[in-house]
Design a protein around this ligand. Sequence first.
Ligand code: DHB
Length: 465
Amino acid sequence: MRIKFSCAVILVLTFASLAFSADFAVGPADSITMPPGNRVSQTLLAGNKLVTFRSWLDIPYVNNPVEPDYQRLNIYVPEEYFHGESVNGYTAKTAPIMMPNGVGGYMPGKQFIPANDSRHGTPNVALYALSKGYVVITPAIRGRTLANGKAPALIVDYKAAVRWVRHNKDKLPAGDTEKIISDGLSAGGALSSLLGATGNAKEYEPYLKEIGAEDERDDIFASVVYCPITNLENADMPYEWIFNGVNTYHLGPAREMDENMQAASEALKKAFPAYLNSLGLKDYTLDENGNGTFRTYIEGLYIAAAQKALDAGENVSGLDWLTVEGDKVTGADLSKYAVWATRMKAAPAFDSLNMASFENNEFGDKHFTDYAFKHSTSEAPAMADAEKIYIMNPMNFIGKADVAKHWRIRHGVKDRDTSMAIPALLALKLQEAGYDADVAAVWGVPHDGNYDLPELFEWLDGICK
Ligand code: DHB
């Protein structure tokens, strides 16, 4: 039985890959118009389901590309939509458009390709989305190592891709351009949150014009955000609010923070309450010692994550930072959490004193906070352009731009690439502005994303249908 099944799959895949090479069109937008009756397609096994889809690859999404290898996108459409069939309750007209980005480390990101994801042992988000009847459109996006890839190139490209999709809405074989969903993790999560928060904001217009983006709206329906390395100019403070007192850092071999770093940790930790309170969140504040309702809120996110794991039969006992009484998780202690989680980055975590972080590089090898600029150990400290820092931060646009209505924000309990406060603040600011922002910490998860696709798509189907 098993052998027969494998043979069948291999046959299908072989046929599919042969057929596939003849199918896709490379070139201008017009080539996406489907010849009627064209049945050539690719088939992949997603879990135990064979998923067949058609692909259009490498379509330029701007008229004046500055990095032509990146400013292009792929389109993937479930085969059923070419036969008038529906998938998961969606039709060619109503299918949401999933637009995951492949950005990591603020590096250039190639088009995300539907495939099985060996790390998680599941289909990746693109293949999973196709299996659920979503149209998938994946732009490649510029990043910091390209000549023309520094901030704000990544968000300008993601917006340009959305504009291209809207501009070509009548040529797309399927998909509802009012249901565009972004998705990314880490720097890609920051990017997803930027796309979600900055819809149609005029600040990006000159950059979009420069690359010949279509003159269209770039607001989206929903933003899926995993472990976002965002709110960069404020992220050093909450990192120290959590990790101050833990002086060994683990970026590369374990090392001790030197005097300058330890002084930075003290200063940044002390500065966090004023920043938090300046956001004017009505239910969340901190006193000058960093205690208060916001701290309780973050601990509550960890408690909820542990409770969910415990309810699913996982063992969450034996951790000195977590209190478990019977089948209830009743407490979390953030100071002890930091010792358990360990510190990844020396202080300041993002705007590093020697100007050598990914984020410094993203801003053109410059500082982007007053603290690091004033205390720089780099030979020629320079400050990034204030306007560029501003338009790289989604927090600045909530309540101002055409913000996505729906948000799903996740951060692993074991993640120390940025503090839990960063995704939490994004969610709280969105909630206070009236948006639907579902936020959670996830037990057992390090710096990662798209690890919970069945839950993610249950949520997406809930908002899309
Ligand atoms: C990423 C991770 C980081 O720790 C960081 O500072 C920036 C980006 C990433 O994985 O994308």
